[in-house]
Ligand binder design. Structure first.
Ligand SMILES: [Fe+2]
Length: 178
């Protein structure tokens, strides 16, 4: 697939025929590629949040069961926004589980986690997603793509707040001056 894209970019850039939203084929690929990587990672994260929502046990069950549902619902919204933004560029979002598993840095986990491990895993995923969002925003900023930058800025702000809340939750049972 990458070779096909490369050849297409070469042809279109060479002939000067490609313009989509004012971006060249090359600029489009440079913006869309990190978006597809983010999309793949989000999908693995989404499924992990479902896994945790279904399989969490313990005294925190009600709290965490609801939290993980909130997380997968938010992930589903981001996934849809990202895929549709890629379509706005006339490109095809990666859409198969095989591709997601191949492309994603975030990995699947079993259902055997304790509740505190689930929270740590969620925080770690969020850190990865934040780094990838910054990469998308950088690619968009460098090419003057204000629409994608705006979308990423909103998502980054929300995600950072979630990370802070999960960090506060993990520290709840520790002494203040530990
Ligand atoms: Fe449910």
């Amino acid at each position: 697939m990458e070779t096909v894209i490369k050849n297409r970019v070469k042809t279109e850039v060479k002939s000067g025929t490609f313009r989509k939203l004012g971006f060249s084929a090359l600029e489009t690929v440079e913006i869309v590629q990190p978006m597809n990587v983010l999309l793949a990672n989000y999908h693995i994260h989404y499924q992990k949040m479902k896994n945790f929502h279904w399989n969490v046990t313990g005294k925190d069950f009600f709290e965490l069961h609801a939290l993980f549902e909130e997380r997968y619902r938010e992930a589903a919204e981001r996934i849809d926004e990202l895929a549709e933004r890629i379509r706005v560029f006339g490109q095809t979002p990666v859409s198969t589980l095989t591709e997601y598993l191949e492309m994603a840095e975030i990995t699947e986990v079993t259902a055997e986690f304790r509740s505190d491990q689930m929270v740590e895993e969620t925080k770690s995923d969020i850190q990865t997603l934040l780094c990838l969002m910054v990469e998308v925003a950088d690619a968009a900023i460098n090419r003057g793509d204000a629409g994608t930058v705006h979308m990423m800025n909103k998502a980054i702000g929300k995600m950072e707040k979630t990370h802070w809340m999960l960090t506060a939750w993990s520290k709840a049972d520790q002494p203040v001056f530990s």
